[in-house]
Ligand binder design. Structure first.
Ligand code: AP5
Length: 216
């Protein structure tokens, strides 16, 4: 079973949705840098105050901040059982820092799961996404509706639209993805770690495909 996993893909490809399914199924620690930043913004910590301007406009948070955050989290004992990195690394310096860190803590990345999705679908997903304010569960106003409108099925929390889920921020986020994150696919392919999946197959089919692959 592959247990130390990086999830990659453009904004809206379904990384967070798949990560939550895999976390439940395989008891992995889910490390989402986006969620960590959003929690810090909610709590208005120093990190949150620093990150919010970058995030709301769709820019990347500076590498040194993001790397420090992941380094601290990945060194915790619970990650020894397996971890899912969601949204990290996103730049070459982050990938290089991760490689150094995994060596230091004697953990190895088993696989990089890449989710492919075309741009029109990304726009549809991001513009219709709603997220639970309490537990972060993602929904979609057309394709993944909650049972009761505006209410999370899992915890009953209120659903909201993320500040960076607008057309302008999305353009910036896609630009960063193409120029800084997409080149990492070659980086990981050269290391023999990359496995790509088509995220257009739908939530359950994608989960089944990725789960079967991880169990091999
Ligand atoms: P982050 O939270 O990581 O955002 P992102 O990468 O833009 O990805 P999203 O959360 O938008 O999408 P997702 O792929 O998780 O899709 P989801 O499952 O929700 O980062 C936010 C910001 O934080 C960044 O812009 C940056 O500023 C900062 N940041 C984070 N990490 C950083 C780093 N390493 N370095 C620097 N800065 C960093 O799904 C989307 C929608 O599609 C939902 O409505 C869902 O219901 C639907 N859906 C999902 N899967 C499927 C499916 N298979 N079929 C049909 N619909 C689906």
């Amino acid at each position: 079973m592959k247990k130390n996993i990086i999830l990659m893909g453009p904004p809206g490809a379904g990384k967070g949705t798949l990560a939550k399914q895999l976390k439940e199924a395989f008891h992995l620690v889910h490390i989402s840098t986006g969620d960590m930043f959003r929690d810090a913004i909610k709590a208005q910590t120093e990190l949150g105050k620093l990150a919010q301007g970058y995030i709301n406009e769709g820019h990347l948070v500076p590498d040194e901040v993001t790397i420090g955050l992941v380094k601290e989290r990945l060194s915790q004992p619970d990650c020894a059982e397996g971890f899912l990195l969601d949204g990290f690394p996103r730049t070459l310096p982050q990938a290089e820092a991760l490689s150094k860190l995994t060596k230091e803590i004697s953990r190895e990345i088993d696989v990089v799961i890449n989710l492919d999705c075309d741009n029109d679908e990304l726009v549809r997903r991001i513009s219709g996404r709603r997220v639970c304010k309490n537990c972060g569960a993602p929904y979609h106003i057309i394709t993944m509706k909650p049972k009761v409108e505006g209410v999370c099925d899992l915890c009953g929390g209120p659903l909201y639209q993320r500040k960076d889920d607008n057309e302008e921020s999305l353009k910036v986020r896609l630009g960063h993805y193409v120029s800084e994150t997409k080149p990492l696919l070659d980086y990981y392919a050269n290391l023999g770690l990359l496995e790509s999946f088509n995220s257009l197959t739908g939530k359950e089919a994608l989960f089944d495909e990725v789960s079967s692959y991880l169990k091999k």
